[in-house]
Design a protein around this ligand. Structure first.
Ligand code: HEC
Length: 138
């Protein structure tokens, strides 16, 4: 009799754990889920993962930040990754209607490199809460 009760108790306990398992599973799925950025210029979907945005980070720091740092004498305002929303950064790179894009200051970067910078800035934009995945908070 005692043995039977023990078996039933164990079964009930595992049922209780199993019925919650989907909660843990879906939580993990959300954290690991990759977010994609659709790039209108190249018509490609780009995975916003650290390994893909790191090149853009380096290009942003070495090029854009060479002017847009605090107290610079190039007439550029201090600018960080969160100066624009995700859509805002896409617009900057698609329309290229900011002064430095028009006056040739972006000319050192190839079209491909600019897409990398766009990827990086998108992944760190104002309305992201998880910089590893560019998941929106809105
Ligand atoms: C040679 C210097 C220089 C470089 C390099 C440069 N910029 Fe600029 N940028 C400027 C100047 C000058 C302006 C006009 C003044 C301003 O609004 O900051 C400007 C304006 C902007 C603006 C509009 C500012 C706003 O908030 O309205 C954005 C966005 C911008 N730059 C992004 C970039 C990005 C992205 C890069 C790198 C791909 C870059 N810039 C590289 C000098 C530069």
């Amino acid at each position: 009799m005692k043995g039977k009760i023990a078996v039933i108790v164990v079964m009930m306990a595992s049922l209780a754990v199993l019925s919650h398992a989907h909660v843990f599973a879906s939580d993990q799925g959300q954290i690991g889920e990759t977010v994609y950025r659709f790039d209108p210029a190249t018509q490609t979907s780009r995975a916003m993962e650290f390994k893909n945005t790191y090149d853009g980070r380096k290009l942003f720091k070495s090029n854009c930040k060479s002017c847009h740092y605090r107290g610079n004498d190039k007439g550029a305002q201090y600018m960080n990754e969160d100066a624009r929303t995700m859509r805002g950064w896409n617009a900057v790179f698609f329309k290229k209607n900011v002064r430095c894009a028009k006056d040739g200051s972006w000319a050192k970067l190839s079209a491909e490199e600019l897409v990398y910078v766009n990827d990086y800035l998108y992944s760190q934009a104002y309305d992201t809460w998880d910089p590893r995945t560019a998941r929106s908070c809105g």
